[in-house]
Design a protein around this ligand. Sequence first.
Ligand code: 13P
Ligand code: SF4
Length: 349
Amino acid sequence: MQDTDKDALFEMLRSRLHHVIPVAEIRHKAEIAAEINRLKKERHAVILGHNYMEPALYLSVPDFKGDSLELSRQAAKTDKDLIVFCGVRFMAETAKILNPEKTVLIPSPKAGCSLAESITAEDVRRLKALHPGVPVVTYINTYADVKAESDICCTSGNAVRVVQSLANDRVIFLPDRYLAGNVARETGKRIVFPVKTAAGLQPAEPGLEYAMIGWDGKCEVHDQFTVEDVEDIRKQFPDVVILAHPECRPEVTAAADFSGSTSAMIKYIQQKTAPQFLLLTECSMADNIAAENPDKEMLRLCSVRCPHMNEITLEQTLLSLQRIQYVVHVEESIRRRALRAVQRMLEIG
Ligand code: 13P
Ligand code: SF4
C-alpha cells in the first residue's frame, strides 16, 4: 500500500470528520480504509455502501453509496466478479438474486433486520390462500424465500409507485405495518397486511385491513420515534425542518415536513435551506450528511441506532476481503422466483 494513498485518505477523512472523531482514531481508520481499497482493486471487487454506514466507512471505501433501490440497481449492472455489500443481509441477498454467478460478501453475519425477521414464506402462502387473486407487494426488507412468494417487490423509494402500478384496488403489503399505513394514505388503496394479533390495534388505521398471520412487522429503529418527539423538537427549534423515513409511524410522517427513502432525504436536505434539519432515522446518516455538507446544521436523536447496520465496520469489511467472508447463498429455485419480483420492481423505474 502506498503511503500517499493512506495520507490522502487521512486528509480527506480528517477534513470532514475532525468535529466528530478524534484525529488519532481517524488515522487508524484511514489505514484500514487504504488497505481495503488496495485489496478491492487486487480482487476486482466492488463495494456497495448503504447510507446508514458509519461515517469513516461511508466516506472512504464504497464505490457506490445509496438507498436500497439505488444499490439494487448498481448490483444489477456491476461487471465486477466480487460484490462486498456494506449493508444488511436482505440487501446482500438482493445483490445475489440479481447476480447468481458472482460472489457476494456481507462483512458480518449478524447484520439482520427486524422487518426481515418478522415474516416467513409460509406466512405469505397462508395470506395468499386467504386472499386469492390479491397481488402481493413485498418490501425489499425481507429474505429471498419471502420475495419468492411475491408478485413484486418495492423499496421505501418506490413503494407508492409500485402499489399504484397495480390495477387492483386491494393489495397485500408485507411486512411493515407503518410503511403499509403510509402507502395506504398516499395511494388511496386498501392494504391488507399481516399482524400477529389485532389486540390493541383496533380499529384499523384508515386504509388498512389486518390478517392474523405472521408477526407485527415494524422497524425496531423507526418504531421509536413519536409525535411527542416532533412536537418537543419544534418547541426548542421552531424553524427546524424534520424528515421522517416512511418506516416511521404514519402519524409521525404526517407530522414531519418530508418523508422519503434515505437518499430522497439526503437530496431534500442538499436542496433546502433551513437553520437546522432533524432526521427521524438511523443516526449515522446525520453524521454522513454533515460531513459532506458542512453548511447544514444537523440535529441528532442518537439514542436511536440500528444494531444491524452498526455490525458493518471498516475492520469487518477488511476481514471480509482478506478471508472472502461471509459468502451469501440463495438456493437456486428460490432465487429464480425471487428474481421475478425484484426485476418487476426494477422495471418500474
Ligand atoms: P432505504 O431503502 O430508504 O435506504 O431504507 C432501508 C432501510 O432499511 C431503512 O431502515
Ligand atoms: Fe431493518 Fe430498521 Fe435496521 Fe433498516 S433501520 S435495517 S429496517 S432494523
